[in-house]
Design a protein around this ligand. Structure first.
Ligand code: HEC
Length: 124
């Protein structure tokens, strides 16, 4: 009986030390860096494409002629435009001198710029 107890004791000690948990197993997963950046669909370019030629045909050609040759209602831009600056063209469009209507409230700055550039290219 006594011998059996002596035989078992070392086994218990061995087991006890074997389960020594130092708690060193700290392989914590690093905080997941959330790379879920929202997809940028908000392209702010919402300017509708502006067709200067179509705008001229609609709004200007009635007085200045399809080819800028002028009518009874408006002078020939082919003659006027080479004589004046881009600023003066802009002013005319915004102010609407004499019987010409003002387009100040009709156009954005960008459209005005495109229209002036088109007029310059087309009529000199
Ligand atoms: C209702 C007729 C009419 C319409 C529409 C009209 N114009 Fe005119 N426009 C005139 C008249 C008339 C003048 C001359 C004003 C003056 O004698 O100072 C003029 C002058 C101008 C001038 C200045 C010429 C100069 O020698 O200073 C420009 C540039 C011009 N118009 C461009 C345009 C453009 C671009 C449009 C369209 C966006 C337009 N016009 C629409 C009648 C019109």
């Amino acid at each position: 009986m006594f011998r059996i107890a002596l035989f078992i004791l070392p086994l218990l000690v061995a087991c006890g030390s074997g389960t020594d948990d130092s708690g060193a197993d700290t392989t914590d997963t690093p905080p997941t860096t959330d790379t879920d950046t929202p997809v940028d669909t908000g392209d702010t370019d919402t300017t509708p494409s502006f067709d200067a030629e179509a705008f001229y045909d609609d709004s200007c050609s009635g007085c200045h002629g399809d080819d800028g040759e002028g009518t009874a209602s408006g002078p020939a831009l082919t003659e006027e435009v080479p004589e004046i600056t881009d600023e003066e063209i802009e002013e005319a469009i915004l102010d609407g001198p004499r019987s010409m209507p003002s387009f100040e409230d009709t156009m954005t700055d960008e459209e005005l710029e495109l229209l002036v550039a088109w007029i310059r290219a087309e009529f000199g």
